[in-house]
Design a protein around this ligand. Structure first.
Ligand SMILES: *[C@@H]1O[C@H](CO)[C@@H](O)[C@H](O)[C@H]1NC(C)=O
Ligand SMILES: *[C@@H]1O[C@H](CO)[C@@H](O)[C@H](O)[C@H]1NC(C)=O
Ligand SMILES: *[C@@H]1O[C@H](CO)[C@@H](O)[C@H](O)[C@H]1NC(C)=O
Length: 300
């Protein structure tokens, strides 16, 4: 028996095995959710561990759309796949990473994107990583707050509407009045307008809030009324958008009818005017009192 030959095989296997299994994709970067109007960048990095890189292939739902093969010519190739277009000249790959830019084509761009790396002969080892990308019509603007004024008086009735931007994903609106959510009875039906565009059905939510400016939540608020509307999309907290507006809130006063105590907007002319009016009426009251005392004292 030729033990020398067996020993050689055994050592060869020992050396060979770790190398043969070491090749792997270390990282893949595919956006989780994007707007169909955006271009996206995909990238992947890999550790060849001594193997020579044979090719990097990108697939969408198992269809190859891009190939980098540094050992052949041409080294870059792109293939037509429904839902995407590799942007001309916007790709760069080497023995450790591969990055490319795509333009999208709406809902059909949604799918599983995979980066697959292969080593060369004799093992042709393969390694891959994949991630899902959802392509939707995302809100482009913060929600709108309609019919909200810059000044309110206590006891007044307030009505305001929040409107979300159009989106193909369901949006949830939430109101905050001085940091607190309104009561259920103060919220009025969400109207849902829809229109079809770019193979999406776009929806816009409306949520009206109505309440009297009275009670604890305004008492402690330091004469400022802050209304915030938050628009959220389920499962994608990063798409949260919000809008905040504030108004000055003046005390309701029976005696002087309306005497503002403090204003959120310090340099507003009308605020100064009403402070002046407040003083004027104070002086008038003083004069009236003197006149009254004078009249009472007048001997008849
Ligand atoms: C996407 O890339 C193309 C080609 O570079 C460019 O013409 C287009 O303006 C880009 N679109 C966006 C939204 O950046
Ligand atoms: C490969 O490309 C990336 C980014 O394009 C770069 O950071 C890296 O240094 C390159 N690696 C080599 C070995 O050239
Ligand atoms: C991609 O989405 C499909 C279908 O929702 C799911 O079965 C699969 O596990 C996801 N793959 C990854 C890598 O997240």
């Amino acid at each position: 028996m030729d033990y020398g030959w067996l020993m050689f095989l055994f050592i060869a296997l020992l050396i060979d095995y770790p190398i043969a299994y070491a090749l792997f994709v270390t990282d893949i970067s595919v956006p989780e959710i994007v707007d169909f109007r955006d271009n996206v960048t995909l990238s992947c990095s890999y550790d060849m561990r001594g193997h020579t890189l044979n090719s990097v292939k990108w697939y969408k739902d198992h269809e190859e759309f891009f190939r980098y093969s540094p050992l052949t010519s041409p080294i870059y190739m792109t293939f037509d796949v429904a839902g995407l277009q590799v942007l001309e000249g916007k790709y760069v790959c080497n023995e450790s990473s591969c990055r490319l830019d795509l333009s999208l084509q709406g809902a059909k761009s949604t799918g599983l994107y995979k980066c697959e790396v292969s080593g060369d002969a004799p093992h042709f080892k393969l390694a891959d990583k994949a991630d899902n990308m959802t392509v939707a019509a995302l809100p482009q603007n913060d929600p709108l707050i309609e019919s909200f004024n810059s000044m309110y008086r206590m006891e007044e009735y307030l009505k305001a509407t929040c409107i979300s931007d159009f989106s193909s994903l369901p949006t949830r609106l939430t109101w905050y009045i001085n940091g607190e959510q309104p009561l259920l009875g103060e919220l009025y039906p969400t109207t849902d307008t829809s229109l079809a565009a770019h193979d999406y059905v776009l929806r816009r939510q409306r949520l009206q809030v109505q309440f009297f400016l009275q009670g604890q939540r305004f008492f402690q608020a330091g004469k400022i009324l802050e209304l915030k509307c938050v628009a959220e999309i389920e499962n994608y907290p990063e798409l949260r958008r919000e809008k905040t507006l504030s108004a000055s809130l003046s005390q309701y006063d029976n005696f002087n009818n309306q005497m503002p105590l403090r204003h959120a907007n310090a340099n507003s002319g009308s605020a100064q005017r009403s402070i002046l009016c407040g003083r004027t009426s104070l002086i008038s009251a003083f004069l009236a009192a003197i006149l009254l005392i004078h009249c009472l004292r007048r001997p008849s």
